[in-house]
Design a protein around this ligand. Structure first.
Ligand SMILES: N[C@@H](CCC(=O)N[C@@H](CS)C(=O)NCC(=O)O)C(=O)O
Length: 232
């Protein structure tokens, strides 16, 4: 099986988590961000993750991939619980998260951005969603302050909802971990205690690093950081 991804992509993180959880090796191929032809030839759309589960057989959609792999390698482990409180929190903060993460992702040495045309493609496309990348970077302090406030309110949600604990994992965890992993590229952002230990636990269980595999220790350029604490 081959999983086609972008390294930054939170939906790809969800798909990768299930392979880590099941301790199943998966061949990962990272597509260039401006490569429209390859995904179109597989699923008729420019979207990842895509799982090639048999030669020439392709499956899009992270949640379908999670379900497929969870069933393929019993026992089934992923509970289908989705907390509306948590989903509301994530939806409310998606734009803020992307406003911080997108301008940093494109500067990071991620494989999908290894050509200048891939970078330009991403910036042009995502500017329509978050506005000017430069402006968002200039606004960093304000955006970080807002995000940190929101993370404080997440601590209460973490207490109330049954999130990952003693090997029990649900769809909530896939959604939240992917979101938090996106934020982990923001150098000056601090995560509160419970959130941080949640991130560390799931990172271990699902074998997802908070950085590019070649950048295992710590990595800082300008405002980008892949945090050391997660990687040890
Ligand atoms: N519903 C899909 C959403 C996947 C998705 O939106 N992927 C983004 C990457 S994060 C994508 O491929 N977007 C096309 C693009 O960025 O050009 C899933 O859960 O897998």
């Amino acid at each position: 099986m081959i999983l086609y991804i972008y390294e930054h992509c939170p939906y790809c993180v969800k798909a990768r988590m299930i392979f880590g959880l099941k301790k199943q090796k998966i061949k990962i191929k990272t597509l260039l961000n401006d490569d429209e032809k390859t995904p179109h030839s597989m699923i008729g759309a420019k979207m990842v993750p895509i799982l090639e589960y048999e030669s020439g057989q392709f499956m899009p959609e992270s949640l379908d991939i999670i379900n497929f792999i969870d069933k393929k390698y019993p026992p089934q482990q992923v509970q289908s619980t989705e907390s509306s409180k948590l989903l509301n929190w994530i939806n409310k903060n998606n734009l803020l998260c992307y406003s911080l993460a997108m301008p940093r992702w494109v500067q990071a040495p991620l494989e999908e951005f290894s050509t200048s045309s891939a970078k330009t493609y991403f910036e042009n496309k995502k500017t329509a969603y978050i506005g000017s990348f430069k402006k968002r970077l200039d606004d960093s302090s304000l955006l970080i302050e807002q995000m940190e406030k929101e993370l404080e309110s997440l601590e209460n949600v973490l207490k109330e909802e049954s999130l990952f604990f003693e090997e029990k994992i649900s769809l909530n965890d896939f959604h939240l971990f992917a979101f938090l992993r996106s934020l982990s590229i923001v150098k000056d952002l601090s995560f509160p205690e419970k959130t941080l230990s949640y991130m560390k636990n799931l990172s271990k269980v699902c074998q997802i690093l908070f950085s590019h595999p070649n950048l295992l220790i710590s990595y800082c350029i300008k405002s980008i950081c892949l945090k050391k604490f997660i990687l040890t």
